[in-house]
Design a protein around this ligand. Structure first.
Ligand code: ADP
Ligand code: MG
Length: 571
């Protein structure tokens, strides 16, 4: 885990070396100052040599200035290093999450993902900066100060050593407790985020059921858990820093008393006593640093651990080693004995065989929950089949790269997701480098032109949360315009018009018919009138494909489709 943490320093080696070496020099200077003071008192003072005192003081001033400058470097460049590492990790995590397969998002709350990418990494930068540097410096000054203290006076040094076991115990004990507390806190704040995400995206449902109080109560519970965990962590922290404070002051007192006695009996000079006390102060500094590190380390590592957990999660649907880069597929789709389940041992599809010819329009009908959407999600490999295979133009889709396969498939669903931004950006999502003319052309073919020209800002109109609200039909037409830009040979229309009123549906249907021209098209439709002209209709039930044929053939057969049809046209 530690080695892995250090691997993130690699791109910032130079910064690390600069920061680290400056810190070492600062520490050495720190160690040298008390010796200078001691020499000042014992040697220089009795000599009455005023010019020498001035020169020595100027020399010390120079060292102080140098040390100050180096401290600036340590502070600024060191933090820069930490922030860079934190940002790298955040970027890596975002990239990684973008690549995850659908099943990951089925099983993970958005709020939890948000937490991982934001809060969890907050302390990692601080740890990256302070961790190795402070630890090294602390050990170095600690050992150095003790060594010098021994050379000043062995008895006094031995007495001060007595405190070390207590300090070690305190640090180790509190570290363990704090580790647990921070981990708890991170998991609690992730829950809080998940609650916020849930009740904000679902606020319309919440308010229509007037369940605000219920939501507040649930939120309060999570928030309270977070409060307790964080307070718990700070209790341990306060205990440890007070303990350290007490122990370190205690040595000063002991050293003063014992040192006074030693100097009465002529075993210690005044300069040595002052020097010794100053060294105890030098000794405190790393202890303070270590205790700060003790807070930081478990916090940062708890975040890092959650980071690696997510980074190690490989996307379920991945490219095989020598995957094909396909382009311009014909669009002949074949399901061969396909079995698929979302959860183990509960197959949603089993033994599905289906041939869709290039350029054909095939409609899927059947009760909701039968598996129509699932059939369509398998074609772009949003999920991989458990058994059997799906081939396009005779090539198993698992042998194609995900990106090239998906570039050949366009999907229009009932819910259209619009990004915060302008109309232009949202249409151009179908082809990011589309030109003005291409965007306008797509808008025209999606019957959006008149609507857009009627807006004061035209294509630059802001939509989304803080902009224009669009109707279902308008959103649907944006989705269609995206498809005209993407221009894929295979098109999937999953209840694209189901949420629209019949009149709007008529307009959209025209645009969709134009879109479907010369493409292999899979249409899932609720209203049977919209699929009258399909080349073939496939009736899907919970038991798989029940019927297949042309509209009139199926009506004549008098089976499931005929029954669905008569129910819809009774009124
Ligand atoms: P249809 O589109 O025909 O209404 P679906 O393909 O959406 O049906 O769903 C088929 C079955 O799979 C249903 O029982 C549904 O509950 C289940 N299902 C759909 N999506 C998921 C998912 N992401 N995770 C688990 N089960 C799912
Ligand atoms: Mg569906």
């Amino acid at each position: 885990m530690i080695l892995r943490f250090f691997s993130y320093y690699r791109p910032h080696k130079k910064l690390f070396v600069l920061d680290f070496s400056s810190a070492v020099v600062v520490a050495v200077l720190e160690l040298a100052f008390p010796l200078a003071v001691q020499w000042f008192i014992d040697e220089l003072l009795p000599s009455n040599d005023w010019p020498a005192i001035v020169w020595v003081s100027l020399g010390l001033l120079l060292l102080y200035v140098m040390s100050t400058f180096l401290q600036y470097i340590v502070n600024y460049w060191g933090h820069k290093l930490g922030i860079n590492i934190e940002t790298d990790m955040r970027k890596e995590l975002f990239q990684h999450v973008q690549k995850q397969s659908f099943r990951f998002f089925d099983n993970t709350k958005t709020g939890h993902i948000m937490s991982r990418i934001t809060n969890d990494l907050f302390d990692i930068g601080e740890l990256a900066h302070h961790g190795p540097e402070d630890l090294f410096i602390a050990v170095m000054t600690f050992v150095g100060a003790f060594w010098i203290m021994f050379t000043i006076n062995v008895k006094l040094a031995l007495v001060s050593l007595l405190v070390v076991p207590f300090l070690v115990w305190l640090i180790v004990y509190c570290n363990l407790k704090m580790n647990k507390a921070w981990k708890q806190m991170f998991s609690n704040i992730a829950d809080v985020n998940a609650r916020v995400e849930d009740s904000v995206s679902g606020v319309r449902v919440v308010q229509s059921f007037t369940n605000e109080d219920h939501e507040i109560a649930r939120f309060t519970k999570n928030n309270e858990r977070f409060r307790l965990a964080k307070i718990g962590a700070y209790r341990v922290m306060s205990f440890s820093s007070s303990g350290i404070y007490m122990l370190t002051r205690l040595i000063i007192l002991v050293v003063l008393v014992y040192g006074a006695w030693l100097s009465f009996t002529g075993q210690l000079s005044y300069g040595e006593l002052v020097g010794f006390v100053l060294y105890i102060n030098v000794l405190f500094k790393p202890i303070d640093k270590i205790s700060a590190l003790m807070e930081l380390y478990p916090k940062g590592m708890a975040g890092f651990k959650r980071f690696t957990e997510l980074i190690d999660k490989q996307p379920e649907v991945a490219d095989s080693k020598d995957a094909l880069q396909v382009a311009a597929l014909e669009g002949d789709i074949q399901f061969r004995d396909v079995t698929f389940s979302y959860e183990n041992h509960k197959p949603v599809l089993s033994g599905i065989n289906l041939q869709i010819n290039a350029g054909e329009t095939v409609a899927f009908v059947g009760p909701s929950g039968a598996g129509k959407t699932t059939i369509c999600s398998l074609i772009p490999r949003f999920y991989d089949v458990d058994e059997g295979a799906i081939a396009i133009d005779g090539i198993d889709i698992r042998e194609m790269t995900k990106s090239s396969l998906r570039s050949q498939i366009g999907i229009v669903q009932q819910d259209v997701f619009l990004f915060t931004g302008t109309l232009r950006e949202n249409i151009a999502y179908g082809m990011l480098n589309a030109s003005e003319e291409e965007i306008a052309g797509a808008a025209r073919r999606a019957h959006l032109e008149d609507f857009i020209q009627g807006l004061p800002d035209k294509y630059e109109t802001q939509i989304g949360e803080r902009g224009l609200k669009l109707s279902g039909g308008q959103k649907q037409r944006i989705a269609i315009a995206r498809m005209f830009l993407k221009n894929p040979p295979i098109l999937i229309l999953d209840e694209a018009t189901s949420a629209l009123d019949t009149e709007t549906e008529g307009i959209i249907q025209k645009a969709l018919t134009e879109l479907a021209k010369d493409r292999t098209t899979l249409v899932i439709a609720h209203r049977l009138a919209t699929i009258r002209n399909a080349d073939r209709i496939v009736v899907v039930t919970e038991n798989g494909i029940a019927e297949e044929g042309r509209h009139d053939e199926l009506i004549d057969q008098g089976g499931i489709f005929a029954k669905l049809h008569s129910v819809q046209y009774q009124q």
